[in-house]
Write a protein that binds this ligand. Sequence first.
Ligand code: GLU
Length: 323
Amino acid sequence: MRARRVAAAALAASALLAGGCGGAPPTTRTGGSGNYTEPPLPANAVVTQPQSAPASDLEPQCGNPTASLRPGADHGPALDAVRARGRLLVGLDPGSNLFSFRDPISGTLAGFDVDVAAEIARDLFGDPRRIEYRILGSADRERALQDHSVDVVVKTMTITCDRRQRVDFSTAYLMSHQRVLAVKGSGIGSMADLAGKRVCAVGGTTSLDRIRHIQPTAAIMTVPTWADCLVVLQQRQVDAVSTDDALLAGLAAQDPYAEVVGPALSDEPYGVGVPKGNDDMVRFVNATLQRLRTDGTWNRLYQHWLAPALGPAAGPPEPTYRD
Ligand code: GLU
């Protein structure tokens, strides 16, 4: 736990430094206690003003988006190519505390998603270390799958009908729900309190689409990573952050003044992203996920990474298959 806190502090600090290098220049304000400098925004932060009308429907319909291919394949074009290469190329980001972040002692990536990826490598090679990470932001996940620069994305990626048009998914391996992160005592208790306020989100996410849909009067600051959102909340450059409770719990664990508030706004089933058409890889990953559900590994990983921040879980999501 202590290591995770230190890791988290390091992440927040590096996000701050990144902001200092590439963000908007500092501005000076005059306040009651004299002049002070407004902290710079993180690099690539963009503020979008409120929209005049709510965003249109969130999603095309496709039945149950989490229905995936039955486990089974051990060979096929995608699996054979990975085995010939000798390493699994995994897309994730190093700024998602509890899911994929740098352990400050070892310097290696650690977290729930990192361990799920390692289990896929274990089943492929008999060795969980046969992985090469490709660092991706949330907005880069689909493109990396489409141009085959990764074999899989394991990065808190919600399975949606919209995304299924462009990429394939495993069965769901974790269920989360969008909520709001606010500063304690700020009076913000839910998304409804964010009318006319400023909210931080990462581009290319279901979280951003949903904020636009249900709170169109909010101004939105988009930043490259969720760790950047914590920094701008701490600097009071936004009033709140909204994304999955699992990611918000990872941010709240880094800041005693932040709390997750309000009701669940959505279901966010996480799946392993796979390039479209790589059915052998989808079936192989689904076999690994089924092993994790039944051999106790899923419970062990949940207990280790997520239970301290999210509380106990009823168990892994049950898989749904479509063939
Ligand atoms: N689950 C959301 C999504 O897939 C947010 C997760 C993230 O940005 O990593 O869009």
